[in-house]
Write a protein that binds this ligand. Structure first.
Ligand SMILES: *Cc1c(COP(=O)(O)O)cnc(C)c1O
Length: 420
């Protein structure tokens, strides 16, 4: 459930009519609902209530906006970060260092050092090479870094191939067959405290079966590690729970996920950790856009909107579906193509979509844009960076300024030696 609903024929974000947002901040603009974020954070936490003291770290890459992170920090969430930049943000948003987990296959020397200096709670090590490098840095600092070893369980998450991460050919984690050997070797190092196993097999999972298969493998690995004398006190089960992108679409509920986790991990005797991203933020945001014009096509009209693939990349990147609704629907429907202004055929949000009839100047939203939306924006076609607004009841505020194309150009230089 989210808080982007019609009231008296006009779409609102909580108590704020979307035309008022467009008027004040311009379009395109991302609009987030605090009440929806809080609701999702609580639903997910409640789904895990059968577990002993689970640790929840929001996957910052899904929506790294400082205000969004602050809302989640206030809900007691930690952060799962994948770069030094995300670590800096999570701390700036008020997340406690000990609640931060650092994931990613390519943490640089400087990033490992930043994590140690910040006193983060856990590094999810993705290779033996990274483990030895971290151990060496930690020894130099006279520290011991708490670590989980991310394993690649070789499970097909049955999601889009570009967001599948747990198959053997994917770059993530260490091969399952070598995990025990690598864990045992790293456990001998002074600089690292090997305390657990981490797994994350992909995103937008529409089925719990692959997750369960991956968790079963983690369970058997924990048994073998303990049998060989290694300590295992933590297990990080990653994120990946899908969200409905189409009205009426059925996905596993967080409660079903929680029950499955409770059943599979019953005898593990570890502190469980989770890294949800999309399921918290996805339906807590929309991209508000204005129709530039409606262009007659051969079979269907092209509805040309002022948002484009540089603002919302998912349709161009993954062929993703976002529901598209008029802010003031007349009740009339038509089949149209929904496109942005960018000079790429890929800048198409939908083909042959039955949706509300729109004319030039009308407002509309792309729903479920709160995760992997603004964070993937670029300035392609010199369009500047999209703004972000947070709504809370009848309050609203810009939480990321629009960065004009001119400001981006100001960072560019023409060297003297090019002058004629
Ligand atoms: C992307 C990512 C997540 C979050 O995935 P969602 O599908 O958004 O829940 C969690 N953990 C890791 C390591 C990730 O890379």
């Amino acid at each position: 459930m989210d808080h982007f609903q019609l009231r008296d024929g006009i779409l609102h974000a909580e108590d704020v009519p979307l035309p008022a947002i467009a008027e004040e901040y311009g379009t395109p603009v991302y609009v987030y609902s605090r009440a929806t974020l809080v609701r999702h954070a609580r639903v997910f936490r409640n789904a895990l209530s059968g577990l002993k003291d689970p640790h929840i770290a929001f996957a910052v890459k899904a929506n790294p906006n400082l205000a969004v992170l602050r809302v989640l920090a206030n809900e007691g969430y930690g952060a799962d970060v994948v770069s030094g930049g995300e670590l800096t943000r999570a701390l700036a948003a008020g997340m406690k260092p000990e609640d931060i987990v650092f994931s990613g296959v390519g943490k640089t020397h400087a990033e490992l050092q930043q994590g140690l200096e910040s006193g983060i709670g856990q590094f999810n090590i993705e290779s033996e090479e990274e483990g030895y490098e971290l151990a060496a840095i930690a020894r130099r600092f006279g520290k011991r870094a708490a670590c989980a070893l991310r394993v690649n369980p070789d499970v097909d998450a049955r999601t889009h191939e570009k967001i599948s991460t747990g198959k053997r050919e994917n770059k993530f984690g260490v091969p399952f067959d070598r995990a025990q050997e690598i864990y045992a070797a790293l456990a001998e190092e002074d600089g690292v405290d090997m305390r657990g196993i981490a797994v994350h097999i992909g995103s937008q999972l529409a089925d719990l079966t692959p997750l369960e298969a991956a968790f079963e493998k983690v369970g058997s690995l924990i048994d073998s590690l303990r049998a060989s004398g290694c300590q295992v006190t933590h297990a990080d089960l990653g994120g990946g729970l899908g969200v409905p992108y189409k009205a009426g679409e059925q996905l596993p509920a967080p409660a079903e996920y929680g029950e499955m986790v409770a059943r599979v991990t019953r005898d593990w005797d570890v502190q469980l950790m989770f890294e949800p991203g999309r399921v918290i933020a996805g339906n807590a945001g929309v991209l508000l856009t204005r129709v530039i014009r409606v262009k007659r096509g051969i079979e269907r009209p092209f509805v040309v909107v002022d948002a484009a693939m540089n603002d919302l990349a998912r349709p161009a990147m993954y062929g993703a579906w976002h529901d598209f609704d008029a802010v003031e629907p007349t009740g009339e429907k038509a089949i149209s193509h929904i496109v942005g202004p960018i000079c790429e055929t890929g800048d198409t949000f939908a083909m042959d979509r039955e949706c509300d009839v729109l004319v030039a100047g009308d407002l509309a939203i792309f729903r479920t844009a709160g995760a992997y939306g603004a964070t993937m924006a670029s300035s392609y076609n010199s369009r500047g960076f999209v703004a972000e607004v947070l709504v809370d009841g009848d309050k609203h505020a810009v939480v990321a300024d629009r960065i004009a194309a001119g400001a981006i150009m100001d960072a560019e230089r023409v060297p003297d030696w090019l002058e004629g």
